[in-house]
Design a protein around this ligand. Structure first.
Ligand code: SAH
Length: 257
């Protein structure tokens, strides 16, 4: 049995628990994706997960979790910030052919790989862009242009908000993928989202079906335009995360009391 079909079987079995299924074209695409990823992984580092059944759960199923909660629908424009080897954007794009996806990453060779994958898979609803979120979010064609922004394994929650919410239209949402320790970050997430126009609206906590991996999706709704000074220059969201932008004023308040 080749890796592609092993992964596919495991993935389809788990998808049933979310009442999701694949058609023949989607099956073929996932199979090709697995084989291309594992093949290219020997030359450029794409994933540390190489076991076909774990790819099915930790990459594919995890990526499409927003569909279990009906967070993405047809005709939406979705951006995946720091997509790496294409997660969560690629599996979602395969499952939602009527939704348009923009996959962004700062690493050129990953972008080249993703462009090759999209052409091999015949995915016409995906654009792959090489660049830094901090710079792309300032460009007119990207700023406040998406219904949904996604980020998985991108960083601490306040870094995620600064690098995703500027892309989101007022009324849209940013979704960040988190693990079992989500509560440790939630307070920071709630306090910092308003700086960039957002409000933490909901946290979906769940176990990935057929596994014991605990996951969470944190949803921030865009309530107002992001002030133009955000995102700050490349590297600053990480070096001086929004929680530190808030903290000094708290210190001042405390000092005054
Ligand atoms: N989302 C993927 C990859 C996570 S690793 C997954 O869940 O598997 C984080 C990725 O974000 C890396 O590929 C890195 O190149 C990219 N990245 C880091 N900082 C970035 C930035 N400021 N703008 C765009 N991409 C960035």
């Amino acid at each position: 049995m080749d890796f592609g079909s092993q992964t596919l079987e495991r993935f389809e079995d788990a998808l049933k628990h979310w009442n999701l299924s694949l058609d023949e074209v989607q099956r073929e695409r996932f199979q090709k994706l697995t084989n291309l990823m594992l093949d290219w992984n020997e030359r450029i580092s794409l994933t540390t997960i190489t076991d076909p059944e774990l790819i099915a759960i930790e990459h594919y199923l995890d990526s499409v979790a927003p569909l279990a909660f009906k967070l993405i629908s047809e005709e939406m424009a979705v951006i995946d910030v720091g997509t790496g080897a294409g997660f969560p954007g690629l599996p979602l794009a395969i499952l939602c052919p009527q939704t348009s996806f923009t996959l962004v990453d700062a690493t050129r060779k990953k972008v080249k790989y993703l462009q090759m994958v999209c052409s091999e898979l015949g995915l016409t609803n995906v654009d792959v862009i090489w660049g830094r979120a901090e710079e792309l979010a300032k460009r007119r064609e990207f700023r406040e242009s998406f219904d949904v922004a996604l980020a998985r394994a991108f960083g601490a929650i306040d870094i995620v908000w600064e690098c995703t919410l500027p892309f989101v239209k007022v009324g849209g949402i940013a979704i960040t993928y988190k693990g079992p320790k989500v509560d440790d970050e939630l307070e920071i997430g709630k306090q910092t989202a308003p700086l960039v126009g957002g409000k933490v609206e909901f946290v979906h906590k769940f176990v990935l079906p057929t596994s014991d991996f605990r996951r969470a999706l944190v949803i921030a709704r865009k309530l107002s335009n992001t002030p133009l000074r955000f995102p700050r220059s490349v590297g600053i969201p990480e070096k001086r995360p929004l929680r530190l932008v808030i903290a000094p004023s708290e210190l001042v308040r405390k000092g005054k009391r």
